[in-house]
Design a protein around this ligand. Structure first.
Ligand SMILES: Cc1ncc(COP(=O)(O)O)c(C=O)c1O
Length: 390
């Protein structure tokens, strides 16, 4: 089955649902059993089948089955948010005395979780340069259990050499966990590139409409799945019934939406690169970008999320530019149908690599609007920027 067909058909069986195309939303906490014997039998297999709402329902299993088919894993676990997927996975894999290697360009709450929570629990974190590649071998210790990757990096968009990092990690018996949200299961086949656990904030492109929080964890093996599933179940961060349904619904159109995000994002990024107000554009799918060669080798496509640095200008000028934008919302998150922009100056935290742009920095999520309208909106913004830049 090709990917587009998987997107349309995986995780649903109309014949089991009176012909309805989509699986129903099971609103369930309690699951009742016809006999004591069946109740006791279910207890011996806590994570198989429908037992209690927190462990999964036919709706969450449908989403998990569909995503797992796309990722080519053993099984997928849905969680209450993307961050819950990250923290749930790390909590499952690490214990007191363990060491984890985390990419310096990770999503900031991932960094905070390692620095605050994991540290309190006796797990040591070493951050590493996103461009380290196979040299990560030099940072591996006998107690390194996990190598965490995220590519491209949050806000800064460096592309990591995942196959080289995975080879170095596996040589020392560590598990490779990836935040694969930017590329989605369609544009980065994480497990085929050596990743053991692929995580998505489905809040972004999978839900795709800025109206639900959802996380997904796909494990390459049964052993990893049992470990992560039992830990996530104990943490109580199960996905909500409606959220799971919105994830399934979004998944059906992921391919067509992503292609539009990609096309419009490249048009906008390419145009920005030629503007005198812009000092740099960070978009791995743009030829000449520092990560382009690795992106071309390992990825199947790009979304429309990228970063840029403005030529040095005042804070007031940046505000004048952003405040008057018509089609770009000023808001966190991304992956919805509508364009977003945020200032990122001062939001990048580094301890193992350097990040010191001279001008103000921004992040753009290119939505599904016509790119010509988006470009015209930004062009007007640049006029406001010039007028306010004293
Ligand atoms: C790269 C990345 N990973 C994970 C998350 C967390 O996802 P959620 O907001 O669903 O918890 C985000 C959210 O912005 C993100 O940008």
């Amino acid at each position: 089955m090709q990917t587009k067909t998987t997107l349309a058909h995986a995780g649903r069986n109309p014949r089991e649902q009176m012909g309805a195309v989509n699986p129903p939303v099971y609103h369930a906490s309690t699951i009742t059993y016809p006999t004591v014997e069946e109740m006791k039998a279910a207890e011996t297999k806590p994570f198989d089948g429908v037992r209690y709402g927190r462990f999964g329902t036919p709706t969450s299993f449908a989403l998990e089955e569909a995503v797992c088919a796309l990722e080519g894993g053993y099984r997928t676990i849905s969680t209450a948010s993307g961050l819950a997927a990250i923290t749930g996975t790390l909590t499952a894999l690490l214990e007191r005395g363990d060491h984890i290697l985390v990419v310096d360009s990770c999503y900031y709450p991932t960094r905070k979780f390692c620095q605050d929570q994991l540290r309190r629990w006796g797990v040591e974190t070493t951050f590493y340069d996103p461009l380290i590649g196979g040299d990560v071998a030099g940072l591996m210790r006998p107690d390194t259990r996990v190598v965490f990757v995220e590519s491209p990096g949050s806000l800064t968009f460096e592309v990591q050499d995942i196959p080289a990092i995975a080879a170095a990690a596996h040589a020392k018996g560590a598990v490779v966990v990836m935040d694969n949200t930017w590329a989605t299961p369609l544009y980065f086949p994480a497990l085929a590139r050596g990743v053991d656990i692929s995580i998505h904030s489905a809040t972004k492109f999978i839900v795709g409409h800025s109206d639900a929080m959802l996380g997904l964890i796909t494990c390459a093996t049964e052993e990893l799945w049992r470990k992560v599933k039992s830990s996530v179940a104990l943490s109580g961060v199960c996905a909500g019934a409606e959220e799971v349904y919105l994830g399934l619904r979004g998944l059906r159109t992921l391919d067509v939406r992503l292609r539009q995000h990609q096309e419009a994002g490249l048009a906008l990024a390419g145009w920005l690169r030629g503007r005198p107000e812009v000092a740099a554009v960070w978009h791995p799918a743009l030829p000449g970008d520092g990560g382009h060669a690795l992106w071309k080798r390992d990825f199947e496509g790009a979304c429309g999320l990228f970063g840029l640095e403005l030529a040095p200008c005042t804070e007031a000028a940046v505000s004048a530019f952003l405040n008057g934008l018509r089609y770009f919302g000023l808001g966190y998150s991304w992956g919805g149908f509508e364009s977003l922009i945020i200032p990122t100056t001062g939001s990048v935290h580094r301890s193992a690599s350097r990040w010191k742009p001279a001008g103000p920095t921004l992040r753009i999520h290119t939505g599904l609007e016509d790119p010509d309208d988006l470009i015209a909106d930004i062009e007007q913004g640049f006029s406001r920027l010039a007028a306010a830049n004293h």
